[in-house]
Design a binder for this molecule. Structure first.
Ligand code: SF4
Length: 223
């Protein structure tokens, strides 16, 4: 039943949104790690700007960032929130990747999923979401990262428990979908969250999946 509803929601989202090219092209795991660290508690636009600033100053490699001057990393990240902490984390994580993994994340990504996830989570600044993003996007591992949009939307849609924590949400979603659809489910929920299912004042009346949503408010102001 829930699976059937989950499938219908995914089908409707696929009809509404096109998966962006960036989501389907292969990604460098270290760059993905850095951009995901920058994105923590930061709006997408500011994340992109901070990453671009950083890329103008340095090559985004473990070696370059391990040796980078801290104040230059901080300067590049200023537009992102918590930029001092993030600069420190980026330098630390780069150093550890150099020392422990010879500057290469590929062997970690080749490990079985749980082992790879555990190894990534031991790195500074890498929590479950960051690890899942790297594993899904860079190694096609079977996981659904739960960012702020996925968290909010899956609960509003009743696809995850209302008080569920990160793991509870991830597991609920993963039981609904086939692993080949995890990437699409993650991205399409983000697109829905940006356009319709906003944190405040969701646009339920115009939402393409409102017929499946127990939280819909069709009296919304912008409908
Ligand atoms: S109907 Fe409203 S609450 Fe439900 S998914 Fe759509 S925008 Fe979000």
């Amino acid at each position: 039943m829930a699976k059937d509803r989950g499938e219908k929601i995914l089908r409707a989202l696929r009809k509404t949104f096109t998966l962006p090219k960036w989501a389907l092209s292969s990604r460098d795991p270290f760059q993905t790690l850095i951009v995901t660290i920058i994105s923590q508690k930061t709006a997408d636009r500011n994340t992109a700007e901070a990453f671009e600033n950083l890329s103008k100053q340095f090559q985004i490699t473990p070696e370059a960032l391990a040796n980078a001057e801290m104040n230059k990393i901080e300067e590049s990240l200023k537009v992102a929130g918590l930029y001092r902490n993030k600069a420190k984390t980026i330098k630390q994580v780069s150093k550890i990747i150099m020392q422990k993994f010879h500057g290469d994340l590929t062997p970690i990504l080749s490990m079985p999923f749980e082992e790879a996830r555990k190894t990534l989570i031991q790195l500074p600044g890498v929590g479950p979401k960051t690890a899942d993003v790297v594993l899904l996007f860079c190694a096609e591992k079977p996981t659904i990262p739960v960012d702020t949009h996925v968290n909010r939307i899956s609960k509003r849609l009743g696809l995850a428990p209302k008080n569920g924590d990160y793991e509870a949400i991830r597991k609920s979603l993963q039981t609904l979908y086939n692993p080949k659809d995890y990437l699409a489910a993650h991205i399409l929920m983000i697109l829905l969250g940006r356009r319709y299912c906003k944190a405040r004042d969701p646009l339920c009346k115009r939402c393409p999946i409102n017929m499946f949503c127990p939280s819909r408010n069709i009296e919304d102001k912008d409908g």
